[in-house]
Design a binder for this molecule. Structure first.
Ligand code: FE2
Length: 420
């Protein structure tokens, strides 16, 4: 794997590209960083890459990751219970030695890994609380600036310890939004009770309205089927007219609701145009530990949400920290987990899983220039596969990753096997 950062050509032609949904392969052209109509680029001066009929996507999109916590495993005590609560407690102690430079260095390593895996747009949550203040947020500003030419990075101001339960956090959230955070985060279940959860959501919407910002909350990341903050979020979304601009991450409790209440909430999620992000890696690991057998899988109701018309995507969430010990910022790895965890194994379901990491996640980010049509951002990942199922099954290499018309990462692998 190599990441190149030199200036690229003004125009690029990718020949024999297989774009999902297209009946046949086609040549794609990028001029001045944008896809253009066929025949626009000058073949005499444009750089050319032959995709050879391989699958091409307009960049994978990572809609839910925690870059500030990445790679903390090894520099903090082990999470012996494996629970979310213990992870948050350990993190609280570790944050006392956080520095902006340390966070930016770890985050930068993950952004480079993501880029090598074809990810050109990322939404990261960053902890903001009375303990760490804005140190993580400042690190993300530095990472966003450093990688500006390579990756689009959206920053979510994330009050993981609550807003009411952690005095001072509301002021910090407002400061982060003033200084360039893109999205208002939240964790309403991590408050003292239902009325505080409602107030948490109300404050988040107030801040979002002040900054005309989208909202992306951690919702009901718990096995407690009594958690009700997803329904509260639906009500607030509709009341504020924020339909299509709100995302609910995790939503694990939905899996534990009685079916009739779950159906009621799913209908409300669809009516409010809320996007849902499932994080199968982390939640398969964290949730369900207290269940007697048979144990819940810990993930939200992916199939039912999709059937109701809800845009469901998936994210990496944590990686190699006190929440989750693995992860390499590769959407194909999470796609494989997603398909297993949500029982999505039919051909159309596998295609749907693949699309969650492309169009689905792009919708979460509110991208208006995502795709390969003329005018869209000139991002492309060429996979060493010819179909989504092959890409996921073989965890296919991303041979070329193109950002705004220039190659920013390449992977070339040599493998030899003895003849039988
Ligand atoms: Fe998360």
């Amino acid at each position: 794997m190599a990441i190149t950062e030199q200036a690229g050509p003004a125009s690029l032609i990718v020949r024999n590209a297989r774009v999902l949904g297209a009946g046949s392969t086609a040549d794609l052209e990028i001029v001045d960083g944008r896809f253009v109509a066929a025949g626009t680029a000058d073949p005499a001066t444009a750089e050319a890459i032959d995709a050879g009929g391989r699958l091409c996507v307009p960049g994978f999109v990572e809609p839910h990751i925690h870059l500030d916590k990445a790679l903390l495993a090894g520099s903090a005590p082990a999470n012996r219970s494996g629970s979310l609560d213990e992870a948050i407690r350990i993190l609280g102690e570790r944050k006392k030695s956080f520095s902006s430079a340390d966070i930016a260095e770890r985050a930068g390593r993950i952004v480079r890994d993501a880029l090598a895996h074809g990810v050109t747009r990322i939404r990261t949550h960053v902890d903001i609380d009375s303990g760490c203040g804005l140190v993580g947020f400042e690190a993300m500003l530095a990472v966003r600036a450093r990688f500006a030419g390579l990756v689009e990075l959206q920053i979510v101001a994330f009050p993981q310890r609550g807003i009411l339960g952690d005095p001072g956090t509301e002021t910090l959230l407002r400061a982060a939004m003033e200084r360039g955070a893109d999205v208002v985060g939240g964790m309403p279940f991590n408050e003292a009770g239902p009325s505080a959860s409602r107030e948490h959501i109300r404050i988040a919407f107030d801040i979002a309205r002040e900054h005309d910002a989208d909202i992306d909350m951690h919702v009901d990341e718990t096995d407690d089927a009594g958690a009700r903050t997803l329904e509260m979020l639906c009500e607030a979304t509709t009341a504020n007219g924020w339909q299509g601009r709100v995302t609910a991450g995790h939503a694990c409790a939905l899996a534990g609701y009685p079916d009739d209440y779950a159906a009621h909430v799913i209908e409300a999620v669809a009516a409010a145009g809320i996007h849902v992000i499932c994080n199968p890696a982390t939640n398969l690991m964290l949730q369900g530990r207290g269940d007697p057998h048979p144990r819940r899988r810990g993930i939200t109701r992916v199939q039912e949400l999709r059937e109701a018309g809800v845009n469901v995507a998936f994210g990496q969430d944590n990686l190699r920290d006190m929440f989750y010990p693995f992860g390499r910022a590769d959407p194909l790895e999470i796609a494989l987990l997603m398909a297993h965890a949500a029982h999505m194994g039919q051909p159309d379901e596998i295609d749907a899983v693949f699309s969650m990491a492309t169009e689905g996640a792009a919708r979460v980010l509110g991208a208006t220039d995502y795709g390969t049509e003329p005018g869209c951002a000139g991002d492309l990942a060429i996979l060493d596969a010819r179909s989504p199922v092959e890409a996921i099954a073989r965890q296919a290499d991303r041979l070329h990753v193109i950002r705004r018309g220039r190659v920013v990462a390449r992977t070339a692998r040599t493998q030899t096997v003895a003849a039988p």
